[in-house]
Design a protein around this ligand. Structure first.
Ligand SMILES: Cc1cc2nc3c(=O)[nH]c(=O)nc-3n(C[C@H](O)[C@H](O)[C@H](O)COP(=O)(O)OP(=O)(O)OC[C@H]3O[C@@H](n4cnc5c(N)ncnc54)[C@H](O)[C@@H]3O)c2cc1C
Length: 449
């Protein structure tokens, strides 16, 4: 008999972890603060749709959900850049349609994962918020929305309760996790481009749309039923900033000036701007993810990151698969398995945290910059010239399951090569490709891809 494992949080990462552990024969009991979204609808969620990439798909494949989610996901071939003069251009992510990302509804994904967890035998209790832990007796305390308490004996607990994790707070009360949260000085607001009257997408469906404007930007991801979730990212303080764009009228004026082609597509701009909260963003660093074999944090609870690489959930799904594999082989030695999990995952979480921060500058600013575009064009040429040897960092992060830390390290070397080769150059034809070959051979080893 495998022992019981308690999960706190049945969001994206918690529900996948519950499914994978139950499939491997553990007795899984999960507690989720929200009501069951399959009965009551999906409440909240910080972004309405998400970009799913290879690491995320891998987790779904292992859970047996690839076909179900595949039917709901919308392909995004690249970034559709909307310039201030309203002309657009598609910057492909990959080499062709075999290298794309997918937009998927957070609610639909969560519900599919909950179904998979229950089908595998996990028990999920909804409307149960973790309110504290007594580590001496390994007892967790939950409260429901009527204020009623219940205790739950949990010799082994995994916290997948998100960036504001209550389990993390309870663990910190017991020992120092060396936690720091670095807020980003930018926040976000979600808006919507509805489907056209009579159905259909108002703009190109198979792309992630970006309106880069230097220090701020809008993005839009397609939803399967024809709408787009639009997110405005902007400084908290500045001009424009959430402190100066305060009213619905301010928002309309900003869109009329800077996002003029998007404005007519967002009929409820004023209403949504006033009603939707301004989200905060930041990076969570934690030096200790576990209390010996008793408690472990995964997903955003251990390593929340900024969303600009579209990898938070993808990274969390990778956590879930790695943890399930480790526990399957752990012979119930949870302390060793949790330590090994942190040892393997933390360098990767740190690497994607850094790359996600860098990607914000790239999305809001560099995609409209000539030198950046030259470096990207050269990168693609070198990738075709030296396949498996020079692989764009975005491809390693998004289309492969190479450790993020490897993508980060190689990315630094590659970026140095691209900078040197494009120094003082205006077009691709001026780049010395023989020199490029030599640099790649000297500085990079071929990848086992
Ligand atoms: C604007 C934005 C856009 C994003 N876009 C992408 C993207 O395109 N691609 C991508 O991969 N990632 C994206 N992310 C990141 C992604 O949303 C997170 O990484 C992911 O949701 C983490 O999953 P999680 O299960 O760890 O945490 P969460 O999704 O936060 O789930 C935590 C769960 O725990 C429950 N819970 C919380 N507290 C308690 C408690 N006390 N007791 C019991 N239950 C509790 C919550 O109700 C929730 O169900 C984005 C994030 C943001 C903010």
């Amino acid at each position: 008999m495998k022992p019981e494992i308690t999960l706190v949080g049945a969001g994206l990462v918690g529900a996948l972890t519950a499914a994978l552990l139950a499939q491997r024969g553990f007795a899984v009991t999960a507690f989720e603060r929200r009501p069951d979204p399959r009965i009551h609808g999906f409440v909240g969620g910080r972004s309405i749709n998400l970009a799913l990439a290879e690491r995320g798909w891998h987790g779904l494949r292992v859970a047996g959900l690839q076909d179900r989610i595949g039917k709901l996901a919308v392909m995004m071939r690249g970034r559709m850049v909307h310039h201030p003069d309203a002309h657009t251009e598609l910057l492909r992510y990959g080499r062709d349609d075999s290298q794309v990302i997918w937009s998927v509804s957070r609610g639909a994904l969560n519900m599919a994962l909950l179904d998979a967890a229950e089908a595998a035998g996990a028990r999920i209790h909804f409307d149960q918020r973790l309110d504290g832990a007594e580590w001496r007796t390994s007892t967790l305390r939950f409260v429901d929305n009527t204020g009623s308490w219940r205790s739950h004996a949990a010799p082994v607990v995994i916290g997948a309760d998100g960036a504001g994790s209550a389990l993390r707070a309870a663990m910190s009360a017991n020992s120092n996790l060396d936690e720091r949260f670095e807020p980003l000085e930018h926040g976000y607001k979600e808006l919507e481009i509805p489907a056209r009257d009579g159905g259909g997408f108002a703009i190109e469906p198979n792309a992630l749309h970006i309106w880069p404007r230097g220090n701020y930007m809008c993005i839009a991801l397609p939803n399967a039923e024809g709408s787009f979730t639009v997110t405005l990212f902007m400084p908290n303080v500045g001009n424009p900033g959430f402190d100066t764009i305060r009213t619905s009228a301010d928002a309309r004026a900003l869109f009329a000036r800077d996002f003029a082609d998007a404005l007519p597509l967002i009929p409820d701009l004023e209403k949504d701007f006033a009603a939707n909260p301004t989200g905060i963003l930041g990076t969570l660093y934690l030096d200790r993810w576990h209390l010996d074999g008793r408690a472990l944090l995964i997903g955003d609870a251990a390593h929340a990151i900024v969303p600009f690489h579209g990898q938070g959930m993808n990274c969390g799904f990778e956590d879930a698969v790695e943890l399930a594999d480790l526990l399957q082989d752990a012979k119930n030695d949870f302390g060793t398995a949790f330590a090994e999990f942190q040892h393997r995952r933390k360098p990767n979480a740190d690497a994607i945290a850094a790359m996600a921060l860098e990607n914000y500058v790239e999305m809001r600013d560099s995609v409209a910059d000539a030198r950046f575009l030259l470096m990207r064009a050269l990168e693609r040429q070198l990738a075709a010239r030296k396949p498996g040897h020079f692989v764009p960092r975005y491809w390693m992060v998004t289309f492969s399951r190479l450790p993020y830390s490897v993508a980060f390290e190689r990315g630094e070397i590659q970026s140095g090569i691209l900078r040197e080769l494009t120094q003082g150059k205006l077009e691709l034809a001026q780049v010395d490709l023989a020199l490029a070959d030599r640099m790649i051979d000297e500085r990079l080893t071929p990848l086992p891809m």
